[in-house]
Design a protein around this ligand. Sequence first.
Ligand code: MLT
Length: 404
Amino acid sequence: MYQVNTNYLKLPGSYLFSTIAKKVAAFQQANPDKQIIRLGIGDVTQPLPKVVIDALHKAVDEQASAETFRGYAPDLGYDFLRNAIAEHDYRSRGCDISPDEIFVSDGAKSDSGNIQELFSKDNRIAVTDPVYPVYVDSNVMGGRCGNYDPHTGMWDQVVYLPCTAENDFVPDFPDQDPDIIYLCLPNNPTGTTLKKDQLQKWVDYANNKNAIIIFDAAYEHYISTPDVPHSIYECDGARDCCIEIRSFSKTAGFTGLRLGFTVVPKSLKCGDASLHDMWARRHGTKFNGAPYIVQRAGEAIYSEEGQKEVADLVSYYMENARMIREGLTAAGFTCYGGVDAPYIWMKTPDGMTSWDFFDYLLEKANVVGTPGSGFGPSGEGYFRLTAFGTHENTKAALERIKRL
Ligand code: MLT
């Protein structure tokens, strides 16, 4: 008789954003006349840059003729894209990353969920708390997190690194040594980030403890503060202990197109085992490459015009972030983030729980956000709003919240 992976059965309920979607759908069904404004999941609302649309059209036309038609993509990514990424995202910033250390994929969510396959189930993971739920959930599936305590909202074999207003959202080194450390910077959900010297300490820590850092840099394009690193490879020694994951979703609006990449340096070794070779083996076995037309679309953002259009897109969303941060602060709320990231992390008013505030906002203002406790126990008492809405909806949502 077949057996299932019982680790799946340990996962509580459904994935955070599916739970929210279900609640919102039920509310809408019961109140069909209400105009709901969604500032919950961080999904983009603006059209793709023109350079991307042009590149897509051109690549589609190429598929119409036998001379230019492409079938399976190279499983690690087309050279034209890997070269552009290495040049623009790394070498131009002084990071020593070569094109063959870049693995193109269908997005950062898949990579951040799949990367745990490279590690033995005996490894102990550390996550900042609150945290993007994919890191913990995928490690639970891999049998690495122990048991869940519904009272504390914690897994007993996970090391939690609280990031709250009390420590300025800067994680402390834990008492218990972790093997795998997940860092997402700029952070989802808090919208806060670390300065270069603070990140360097984590790289040094990982090298000292023989740990590895999985660095999620999906929001790096939103950084405006000068000494905040865009890549972990700006830190000394990072090539020996870090994997970096990036996305085109938030940078260029690819949430529907799907494109991302992971950097695994060749110098990253566990004894004799090369993580680069292992990840290449995994890609070769389980992945047939991101679509040609999407990789051409990704390449287009690295042109001069592409960089300008992407910067405009980021400015558009960061204007929303500014409006939310300043509007809510003026209305008496305490807000964090929203300067180097498209998320605003607010304290819930009057000591309300995160889910109570979610229900209150949905019912009274018909605005959807994300309850902080959905990201981990230290998120309790906080609430996340995304800046990825339209200007009009963001303004309207703010007015409704202020009226409360
Ligand atoms: C979020 O809202 O946290 C993100 O959109 C989720 C994701 O990128 O998968």
